[in-house]
Ligand binder design. Sequence first.
Ligand code: ZN
Length: 179
Amino acid sequence: MAEQRSRLLPRRLGSNWIVMASSHVAVGVAAWTWTAPHLGLSSLNPEGLVLAAVGALLPDIDHPGSWVGRRLSLISVPLAAMLGHRGVTHSLVAVLACMAFLRWEGLSNSVVAPLVIGYLSHLGADLLTTNGLRLAWPSSKRHSIGVCRTGSVTESVIVAGVALAAGINMMHIHQAFGP
Ligand SMILES: [Zn+2]
């Protein structure tokens, strides 16, 4: 098991994964601030922001070295061994399954929506990378917009731009509706 685990761990353990996790959180929170008003929900509600951040981290549970994978290794290690990284958890199948499960659990739209938007934001961000995603898993076809490489300067610039735009958007909402 230890051997298998070490084989599955990424070459770039540590700070890179923390940066990637923060990037996904920034994009997830940004996506939520833009979509929440269209769903009739507040984009400034702290619970929604936290749930969007959680949703944005969840897809990388298929990698034992990711921020979330390291904390939930009981799930991430077997998942990576069976299905690999950027497999089922990075597909639309996972989004639909999560939505169905959360609804079945009786959770309200104010919980399900930010989780799903955060999750979708992760897939959207990964789609921008040259590695791409198997969105239609189990199909092996990879989808990619391919504007940057994972961990590249271009990726950091895109994330910073999205985070800045989201920050400005939140300031406008805050000014319009008050604290
Ligand atoms: Zn990912």
